[in-house]
Design a protein around this ligand. Structure first.
Ligand code: MOS
Length: 728
């Protein structure tokens, strides 16, 4: 089905099931520990051997020798896979560093060997006996030091690396009020609960891989490419995923090495990355340095906005650039943006929840707060008067919907924004300084092609199959709701099967495109199934109503299951969106409000209240959507206050490679969160009229925390995370 517009009604608009805050249908499996994660497939994979990954001990250079003699003689050892014996390997399109390093080493903890043994303990013990000697060469590990060598990457996601509109230099120079500030955001880790893990089993030249992956088709294609085998010989299975946040968008070392080992020993192998390898072996969000200049007139209108962003990546691969956030968001006739990328020999930087927009929101929304203060204007008001309904860099292009101002207005009312003291450090409760902060929030909501198969059987059960994944987001539930609504059956009459490459290719989970695109694919398949059912039962496909397990038209009523009485009806379709994204900008908007208390002696920061107001199209399930947003708010609080990969700039690795030292928020850090969704449907976004919320929820949160801390203390910290040493 080709989507043009959903103006007018369709069965989803009835919202008997869609739009209801039903519980996650996979919830009981998760809470009882019976959902099967990648490492936990026991019955289908008998006689499994265990792999243990060895990561490089240097960041850059080469292996001069590997001595496997002792390891091979160790009890239970079956094989040791290295680049020397793995045979010729290709490279996946989406991998930067090679997944099996050697002799050349590109980054610290790059996998250099997989030791395989009868038991996990034997594999781990034997790994200690592998003798590797390295020749270390100097690398570049410090973004601040490498900043001046950074180059123009030409393009960034969504457009040119550099943009200019009007005359920024003169408009800024002539502006009566100016801000010129430099902000930094640190390297961050996804730190998801379930590590990367895989089980591989070969039958002849066909590989089945149980793994933990957000994008099944990407993983399948890239694994086939790396192994130099046809893609149709690879099957990926990933029905439950214990968190991804972008870290599982791409094929990783566990998958490749496990497949190689299983082929080598002719027996299934399973491997999980130990926590200590997760940080440096896989990907992370790159640190940024951002210079923001804003010029405004005395009425508070922005007349000039300039944003420069520096980041680094291994082999100069891809930038993390906050300019993607400032370009479309606030008005201003004269603008410039520039992105510069340094080659840095740290592990590969890549997508993490709202790539680029997250670090962009962390800085731009603080700059807006600083500018409002210079103007003596309320920061909510300052944002409202600088709203734009068209793209500031492409005024001929508008948003399909943009309700940023409504988010700000509603949020201010609900949060009691009028209780904020305009002068910082003036509100006290005993030893605590109290502050309120606000930020806007923005994230694109792209749509992509997505397919599904639906089956109706003689019991009236509807089964949906698509390779869509559920990374903890609620995909199972909203897909079931979509099929139930379309076929007019209760939720219990729908079974959803996900995360298997033998199912039709979906949009996958990433870039907050998953919910809207995957349910639209299910919608398309259900439109076909409705047509077949109507035909079979002698109804007009357009006129027939599907509800309560029945099909009816003009007083004639037949049970839905009758259509499949003499055999299942199976239909499959794909939703295609054409150039929708070029014609309208499909985006989501939010406001974030935060109240903090800062201890006047120790500078300890306690978040007291958080509110997010989101405009994100039709909310398919307010419960799962809220869970996405409160999770994102929690992650945003972590980014504001604690999350930071500490770089050893001498040896080139992230020092805090565990969950004890890479700090993330715990329950005690997050006392009260409220989420409000504006009543919005977007007929230009898809037949579902929905958008995404999983990445919107994080954009702006950290800045709202930072602005609240400033309001409490009068100390402006421009380098994240805002740890107490920076406030004293
Ligand atoms: Mo997202 S960082 O595209 O999983």
């Amino acid at each position: 089905m080709k989507f043009e517009t959903a103006a007018g009604e369709n069965p989803i608009d009835r919202q008997q099931v869609v739009g209801k805050g039903v519980d996650r249908i996979d919830g009981p499996l998760k809470t009882t520990g019976t959902a099967t994660y990648a490492y936990e497939w026991h019955e289908p994979v008998a006689n499994v051997a265990y792999g243990h990954v060895i990561g490089s001990a240097i960041a850059k250079g080469r292996i001069t020798s590997i001595d496997l003699t002792l390891a091979r003689r160790a009890p239970g050892v079956l094989t040791v896979v290295t680049a020397d014996n793995a045979g010729p390997l290709g490279k996946g399109e989406r991998n930067n560093a090679t997944l099996l390093g050697g002799p050349d080493i590109e980054h610290y903890h790059q996998a250099v060997a997989l030791v395989v043994a009868e038991s996990f303990e034997q594999a781990r013990a034997a790994a200690e006996l592998v003798r590797i000697t390295y020749e270390r060469v100097p690398g570049s590990f410090d973004l601040a030091a490498a900043k001046d060598t950074a180059k123009n990457p030409g393009k960034i996601t969504g457009g040119e690396a550099d943009t200019a509109v009007g005359d920024f230099a003169s408009a800024f120079a002539d502006a009566p009020l100016q801000l010129d500030a430099i902000y930094t955001t640190p390297d961050q880790s996804h730190a998801m609960m379930e590590p990367h893990a895989s089980i591989a089993a070969w039958e002849g030249n066909r590989l089945t891989l149980w793994t933990s992956n957000q994008m099944i088709e990407w993983g399948k294609q890239d694994l086939a490419k790396t192994l130099n085998i046809p893609a149709e010989n690879v099957r990926l299975i990933s029905p439950y995923i214990g968190g991804g946040f972008g870290g599982k968008l791409f094929l990783r070392a566990d998958a490749l090495l496990t497949a190689l080992a299983a082929r080598a020993i002719g027996r299934p192998v399973k491997t999980a990355l130990p926590r200590a390898l997760m940080i440096n072996n896989t990907t992370h969000r790159a640190a940024t340095i951002q210079r923001i200049r804003i010029g405004a007139d005395r009425d508070g209108k922005i007349v000039a906005i300039g944003h420069e962003n520096w980041s680094g990546d291994l082999n100069g691969d891809s930038p993390e650039s906050g300019v993607r956030y400032s370009r479309p968001l606030y008005a201003g006739a004269n603008r410039m943006s520039a992105t510069r990328l340094a080659s840095i020999d740290l592990p590969e930087a890549n997508a993490m929840r709202a790539p680029s927009d997250m670090p962009g929101s962390m800085t731009v929304e603080v700059a807006m707060d600083e500018m409002a203060e210079k103007l003596g204007m309320d920061p909510v008001e300052f944002r409202i008067i600088n709203d734009t309904q068209v793209l500031p860099e492409q005024p001929e292009r508008s948003y399909s919907q943009r309700q940023l101002n409504e988010c700000l207005i509603q949020g201010a009312q609900r949060f009691g924004w009028n209780r904020r003291a305009a002068t910082p450090a003036t509100r006290r409760e005993g030893v605590w300084l109290i502050g309120l902060g606000v930020a806007g929030g923005f994230r694109d909501s792209p749509v992509t092609t997505s397919a599904a198969r639906v089956r109706l059987d003689g019991n009236g059960m509807v089964t949906v199959e698509t390779d869509m994944t559920d990374i903890g987001t609620g995909s199972y539930t909203i897909i079931a709701q979509t099929a139930a609504e379309m076929m007019g059956v209760p939720l219990e009459q729908v079974e959803v099967r996900l995360g298997d490459s033998s199912f039709p290719v979906s949009t996958g989970s990433g870039g907050q495109w998953g919910a809207n695109s995957s349910t639209s694919g299910v919608y398309a398949a259900c439109v076909k199934l409705r047509r077949s059912v109507a035909q079979k039962l002698g109804f007009d496909a357009q006129q027939a109503v599907f509800e309560n397990g029945e099909v009816h038209q003009s007083g004639r009523r037949i049970a839905l299951r009758e259509a499949a009485a003499d055999g299942d009806i199976v239909e499959e379709d794909t939703i295609e969106f054409g150039d929708l994204d070029d014609r309208y900008k499909l985006s989501t908007f939010a406001s974030h409000f935060v109240e903090v208390a800062v201890h006047s002696a120790t500078a300890e920061v306690r978040i007291r209240r958080m509110l997010a107001v989101c405009a994100a199209g039709r909310i398919l399930n307010p419960k799962t959507a809220r869970s996405q947003v409160i999770g994102a708010m929690t992650m945003g609080a972590g980014a504001a206050l604690m999350e930071e990969l500490a770089v050893d700039t001498r040896y080139g690795f992230f020092v805090n490679h565990d969950l004890a030292t890479y700090e993330v928020p715990v329950h005690a850090d997050i006392p009260h969160q409220e989420v409000v969704f504006l009543d919005e449907t977007d007929p230009l976004s898809s037949p579902m009229k929905a958008k995404g919320v999983g990445e919107l929820g994080i954009c702006g949160v950290s800045a709202a925390v930072a602005n609240a801390i400033y309001n409490a203390t009068g100390v402006r910290v421009r380098d994240y995370p805002i740890t107490l040493d920076k406030l004293l």
